[in-house]
Design a protein around this ligand. Sequence first.
Ligand SMILES: NC(=O)c1ccc[n+]([C@@H]2O[C@H](COP(=O)([O-])OP(=O)(O)OC[C@H]3O[C@@H](n4cnc5c(N)ncnc54)[C@H](OP(=O)(O)O)[C@@H]3O)[C@@H](O)[C@H]2O)c1
Length: 345
Amino acid sequence: MTSVGIIGATGYAGAELVRILTGHPHVNLTVLTSRQYAGTPFSEIYPCMLNVCTLTCEEFSMEETAAKADIFFMALPHQLPMHLAPGLLARGKKVIDLSADFRFSDPARYESCYQEHTAKELLQQSVYGLTEIYREEIRGADIVGNPGCYPTSILLPLIPLLNDGLIHRDTLIADAKSGVSGAGRTPALATHHCEVNESFKAYKVDGHRHNPEIDEVLTLQTGRDVHVVFVPHLVPMTRGMLSTIYAVPQKGISAEDVRQCLQQRYQDSPFVRILPNGRTPDTRHVNRTNFCDIGFHLDQKYNRLVLLSAIDNLVKGAAGQAVQNMNIMTGYAETAGLDAVPFPL
Ligand SMILES: NC(=O)c1ccc[n+]([C@@H]2O[C@H](COP(=O)([O-])OP(=O)(O)OC[C@H]3O[C@@H](n4cnc5c(N)ncnc54)[C@H](OP(=O)(O)O)[C@@H]3O)[C@@H](O)[C@H]2O)c1
């Protein structure tokens, strides 16, 4: 058994971690932290957890909290984890951070869209936690920067096709839609029920922070500069993310080439499902699971490839992928704690 703590357990990503880890066969959840709810039983904040999780939230303290677990998940807003990770690592703990603080290799790229990085030296040590692509590096990592939800849904379909030279790298467009839980639990006018219900809009068209993350990974993967035109949208549903990606295929590429490339790349990846011909991904069918469903349509007449991917933003887009990474770091089966049967409705 591995003892595990969650720092920032009461937000949506943290609560999803509690849910998954409570049912994990090899995990003993030992500490949950929160500022606002220190002293409150977790099941009072999330009543569904009554008799399921008996822990009470505590204020974070480096000495006391670190002593209670071997692995820590941080589900805090960006800028906070960079101050905590060095202390946890110095105490021999492993860290999986769900914020953007340890996702970037290049500090300048991080600083161009977030803020000054105070633990730059760790960026060379941290591994980008897109499990299916960086599995071997994650195995030996002490610190993992878990990917953003939009990047997960966009990078998984694109990387194999770019690596195998099936699509052009300079004409990529990603049109992505997220459920409102993607914005976290902290109330804000933009995500107020009356502002989002029965409505559908694009946001941050002039520059979302996940764009540099997507570009950095694709640039590192291909060894050439890559920029994706990325437009995020807010959908009036609680969870789920669907990305539609438009690419120009290289000359002579067939639908069978696309299928073979994706299937080959993900044949040993239990959470990536390449859908049969004619089927398109649906957020309903990945809801509360760690699956990423990928479908595609090749329009040979007009030479366009349309890729579609669906994930649950809180599971494969956050907590589920973080647990998948923990499984790899600890040598457990990749699917441990994540093998819940999907909901048909
Ligand atoms: N939501 C998603 O779909 C998603 C997907 C991928 C990645 N992520 C990342 O996961 C992290 C957590 O996201 P979330 O959606 O769970 O956010 P959230 O619902 O707003 O939760 C934030 C958590 O951080 C704690 N916290 C501690 N210090 C804080 C501070 N100074 N300001 C605000 N909160 C503070 C909060 O509890 P207390 O205030 O009680 O301490 C709470 O537990 C973020 O870095 C986010 O980018 C989220």
